[in-house]
Design a protein around this ligand. Structure first.
Ligand code: EPZ
Length: 421
């Protein structure tokens, strides 16, 4: 086990580059299984979730190698295995994308039920609804999702909620189906557009990604292709909020400002200065930090994956802030750990009331999931004294080289093995 040690109180200053988007990478890597050619994927983030998925693909017989430039080459042309029941699969939530990709390629899939962050039940009923509409029978046996179809035929699917995972998974199962598929009430996140663009590079016919109606015309086969993953909007937002809470002055590079608009607007409400460049954002923290109300929404609303980090900022706001989490039913489990730093937060169902306090003080805290870990880092950077954050493995799932990037911005942060209690 490892922990982070952070000595807070230092404004972040300098430049930070954003890595490839985790939630695009964990969809595009499985999507390569649909290809009978060679895929070369660039700007992959060096994070545990991507490593786990590459491990799963290799165990299924795909050839995965790094090119000289660091891109990932995936050759699944010779693949015949449609089962994925490895530790690397059970560990992460995004393993559910293997179901859609394998079902699309082989008309059958046997994949371990997904693991991942533990806030709320996180069912996959909408994914299954889509697969069944396409003609598959889907069951769960011995912790495995078993999907089979004699034929996959296009269907008109209306999602009960704009599920990111279901939108992408159904899109992957539909690209090689016979005929047209329409996905209504689709999610519109940037990583959905990224996955659709990748599939189209391989020869798929996906239209409307980024809108609430996606149209897929099935094709016979997908070839190879090269693709570069978009920058990670959640990583970028995490560093923007870290600059705001520490009263820093940073330039976030290799970012798509359009993807950050809801975060930029909310940070400005709290008093921070944000300047949008072509592919950069300059963020300067302000004092006092103003209270603000936040409601998480599907894209282009304020991202649920930045809710914990935003709450960390608001704990130092002047007055009361009201946060409503509309996407997940229970995404405040980090609050108890945050309170160890001196925050004043009251949670009631999907609402959190954050009463600003004059200061935070360092403490020993535990990350309960990926973004909770990121929020504790953000708070620790502003807390007086030393903070020790355990369960760093959660942070490694979604942030490439967070310690290195924060140290380059002047943070006093280090990583060490945790002596066994
Ligand atoms: C994706 O999760 C992301 N994960 C999450 O990021 C992100 O928080 C979420 O989208 C929302 O943006 C990946 O992309 C790997 P959903 P996903 O399906 O697909 C309910 C991170 O930190 N739902 O949009 O699981 C579900 O319970 C992670 O990077 C069903 O009820 O999210 C939730 O309440 C955390 N049935 C809501 O919909 C279903 O079949 C949104 O879930 C699917 C979802």
């Amino acid at each position: 086990m490892e922990h982070l040690k952070i000595v807070g109180g230092r404004p972040l200053v300098g430049s930070v580059g954003v890595s490839g988007a985790k939630n695009a990478a964990v969809a595009i890597i499985p999507a390569a299984l649909l290809s009978r050619g060679v895929c070369v994927i660039d700007n992959l983030p060096d994070i545990e979730d991507a490593v786990s998925l590459v491990d799963a693909l290799e165990k299924m017989g795909a050839r995965c190698e790094r090119t000289g430039s660091g891109a990932l080459m995936i050759d699944a042309s010779g693949l015949s295995e449609y089962r994925a029941n490895f530790d690397s699969v059970r560990r992460i939530r995004a393993s559910y994308y293997l179901i859609g990709a394998l079902l699309g390629r082989f008309r059958q899939a046997e994949v371990a039920l997904p693991g991942g962050c533990n806030f709320g039940s996180r069912p996959i009923d909408q994914h299954i609804k889509g697969f069944e509409a396409l003609g598959a029978t889907v069951g769960i046996e011995h912790g495995m999702v078993i999907a089979r179809a004699d034929r996959l035929r296009g269907a008109h699917i209306y999602l009960d909620m704009a599920s990111v995972g279901a939108t992408i998974n159904i899109m992957m199962a539909a690209v090689l189906a016979e005929g047209r598929t329409v996905i209504e009430n689709a999610a519109k996140e940037p990583h959905i557009v990224d996955t659709a663009n990748f599939l189209n590079i391989l020869g798929a016919d996906v239209k409307g990604a980024g809108t609430d109606t996606i149209r897929v015309s099935g094709v016979e086969r997908l070839g190879g292709g090269e693709y570069t993953i978009i920058p990670d909007q959640i990583e970028a937002g995490t560093y923007m909020i870290a600059a705001a809470i520490t009263g820093g002055d940073i330039t976030v590079g290799n970012v798509i400002p359009k993807h950050m608009e809801s975060v930029t607007a909310k940070l400005r409400e709290t008093g921070a200065f944000v300047h949008e460049g072509d592919d950069t954002l300059i963020v300067r923290g302000a004092r006092p930090i103003h209270a603000a109300s936040v409601k998480t929404m599907y894209y282009p609303g304020f991202p649920t994956d930045l809710q914990p980090q935003m709450v960390a900022l608001l704990t130092l706001g002047q007055g009361a802030s009201y946060v409503t989490e509309t996407v997940f039913e229970n995404r405040y489990q980090y609050v108890n750990e945050m309170k160890r730093l001196g925050c004043d937060i009251t949670v009631d169902g999907r609402m959190a009331v954050v009463n600003g306090v004059p200061r935070l003080t360092g403490a020993h805290v535990t990350a309960t999931d990926l973004r909770a870990g990121a929020a504790l880092v953000v708070a620790a950077l502003a807390a007086e004294g030393e903070t020790f954050i355990s369960n760093v493995k959660y942070i490694d799932r979604g942030y490439e080289n967070m310690v290195g990037k924060l140290r380059a911005l002047g943070a006093d942060i280090s990583r060490a093995a945790t002596a066994d209690e």
